[in-house]
Design a binder for this molecule. Sequence first.
Ligand SMILES: [Zn+2]
Length: 80
Amino acid sequence: MSDALLSSLALIEPGDLVMYHGSIETHHGLWIAVPCACGICEQLDAFGLADIRFALVDPWGERSGPHHVRRESITRSAAS
Ligand SMILES: [Zn+2]
C-alpha cells in the first residue's frame, strides 16, 4: 500500500486541519473538521448507523463552512 493511500485512509480526528475537495467548489481549501451535528446525523446516530459526516470550520473564523460533508470529500492536511 502506498504512503499516499495510507494517509488518505487515515482517521480524521475532530480539530484536524483538512483539505476540502467536495462538490461545493467555492469552498475548496483548508478547513478544520469537526463532527457534523445536524438533524440528519442526530437521527442516524439514534438508529446506530455509523455514517460519519463532518462539519467544516474556517480556521480564520471568517466564513461558515459546509456541513454534512462526506469523509471522501476531505483529506487530512499534511500541515496538521
Ligand atoms: Zn450531518
